[in-house]
Write a protein of this length. Structure first.
Ligand SMILES: [Fe+2]
Ligand SMILES: [Fe+2]
Length: 228
């Protein structure tokens, strides 16, 4: 069952799916394509593609496992992991004959960043946007994600040794550094102050990450089977 309540131009959506209750306040009008559990729930309500004004976004009321990491701890851990990978790349850049290692590392960096940004965009950002009054900050974060995706797409089509390969990885690392600083110094403190249920969001994010990783594993296995 889903109920949309409108109040002074703002839509509040409540979706009940089994034991999960999602409540969101929507402000943006840009169409969003759900690929999360909330999409399946929304589909069953009669819509697959919704607008932010009529849908979004999930300040989840799911129950989190005791001792589970909250959303900010999960994202901060990802940031550290990616930072270390960029530092490892810098070391490889300063060594001879490390093309194979570079290629493997950059593939991992691209996978990590893709997973991280997707989970932020599907779960964390909409919840934060609905809870803090700072669309400018959230819009900038969206644009920075778009820039990173563009470089990731280019790198996925390249090999180490290609023209500008190292430069693209370096610029991606610098852009990610800048973006992470804004998230950690501005967005996360605002999210904490807004008293979001960060533990429930963390649980949702981990579930979604596992779902995406399982999908990636399956498609890699298929590719390998075709290649064999
Ligand atoms: Fe992040
Ligand atoms: Fe981000």
């Amino acid at each position: 069952m889903c109920v949309i309540v409108r109040c002074a131009g703002t839509a509040v959506l409540t979706i009940r799916a089994s034991d999960k209750l999602f409540v969101g306040v929507a402000r943006r009008k840009r169409p969003i394509h759900f690929t999360t559990r909330s999409q399946r729930t929304a589909d069953s309500c009669g819509g697959g593609t919704l607008t932010h004004t009529e849908s979004t976004m999930t300040q989840a009321k799911t129950r989190s496992a005791p001792g589970a990491k909250d959303a900010i701890a999960i994202l901060t851990e990802d940031h550290k992991k990616v930072k270390k990978m960029f530092m490892d790349f810098e070391k490889l850049m300063n060594s001879e004959n490390k093309e194979v290692q570079k290629g493997t590392l950059v593939k991992k960096i691209c996978e990590e960043l893709t997973l991280h940004t997707q989970v932020e965009e599907e779960i964390f950002y909409p919840a934060v946007r609905g809870a803090i009054d700072d669309d400018e900050l959230m819009d900038e974060a969206d644009v920075e994600h778009d820039g990173a995706k563009e470089l990731i797409a280019q790198l996925e089509d390249m090999e180490p040794g290609d023209d500008h390969y190292d430069a693209k990885v370096t610029v991606l690392g610098e852009n990610v550094d800048h973006h992470v600083k804004e998230e950690q110094d501005e967005m996360f403190p605002k999210a904490k102050k807004a008293k979001l249920d960060l533990a429930a969001l963390g649980t949702q994010m981990l579930e979604r990450k596992q779902e995406l990783q399982a999908g990636d594993d399956a498609s890699t296995a298929k590719k390998n089977a075709r290649a064999a």
